[in-house]
Design a protein around this ligand. Sequence first.
Ligand SMILES: [Zn+2]
Ligand SMILES: [Zn+2]
Length: 421
Amino acid sequence: MLLIKNGRVLDPASKTDAAMDVLLDGDQIAKTGPNLSVPDAEIFDATGLVVAPGFIDLHCHLREPGQEMSETIATGTRAAARGGFTAVCCMPNTQPVNDNASVTRSIVERAAANAAVRVWPIGAASVGSKGEALAEIAAMKDAGIVAVSDDGKPVATARLMRQVMDYCNPLDLPVIDHCEDPSLFAGGVMREGAASVRLGLKGIPAQSESICVGRDVEMALLTGARLHIAHMSNAKSLEYVRSAKRVGLRVTCEVTPHHFTLTDEDVRYDARYKMNPPLASRADRDALIAGLVDGSVDAVATDHAPHHPASKDVEFDRAPFGITGFETALALALGELVHTNKLSLMRLVELFTTGPARVLGIERKIAAGQPADLTIFSTDRQWTFRASDSASKSRNTPFDGRAFRGAPVATIVAGRLAYRR
Ligand SMILES: [Zn+2]
Ligand SMILES: [Zn+2]
């Protein structure tokens, strides 16, 4: 048994914010309460620390199978544990694509053998994520997927989205879309605007994303299915999500730490600033923060997208999109949102726990009988992130060398310490 003593328990599900102890017995939470005393339990002293439900990341790329040069399930989940994540949802754009039950099973088996945290696979919506035929969604659900997505690309057409939603609706699976209009995206490498003109880089207008969000909301209206917008980057997209929520559609969205931290003005000729969707305008960044504050945004998700150093160390135009994200997510959220007094600590915890859990249709709370998944963190600890110290195989982050206040201290998965600082 593990007894977590003297922590500040923050549990959005029960609106608890109190000094309390938490007793773990095996893989379950046994008991919570003030001044628990259990003679033979191992003690974790959480004095001065926040004890939260286990963080869930709705969006990452673990690259296994097929691109183990960039990341593996073992290295990616160790980085996730260092970031405080107890469960991560991995996108299907591996090689082969996770578009059938045998690939799903192999990911589940590899995770059982090698992962530091829980791995919840996301299945492809279409075969090979090619946007043509529907993937084997029901068989993948039986094998363990928690959602479907053609991430890396949008679900190709409104007609296909309708089919995917009609198929997923009775299975109660959320459809996650990477929203982008290929005709507007058209080979762009950063957000279109004054910054792209100044840098002489081909821009992508905000409408590339928001047109597709609008389309998807229309399809959610038509089908009643669960829709989740991945890595939402701009104000117009957020307005579509807000309008969908107002009329009671089951539409949710996530925002990444880099989109609430950086803007297109931060972009330089360095592929560590190249991601998709690209860094947006300052007005968009501020709109996303407003959405995080007022509840329109459901979750913070990393879109952890490791790339082998050799592939990123090329001209901006030629580099692949994406940055790593597990190990800096909490510290960026604390620094940009909580220490600036924009967001309450309770709301931050919600965005990493009950928020993503609701998107997946599951519970997440600190109560007897619940899985013993907890994230224990400091809001004050000073540290500097060094990409070279990362547990990830990849180093593609614009936050290398950044000084932070606040960090994960322990990540507990099924009653076991997956990480301890
Ligand atoms: Zn994407
Ligand atoms: Zn992604």
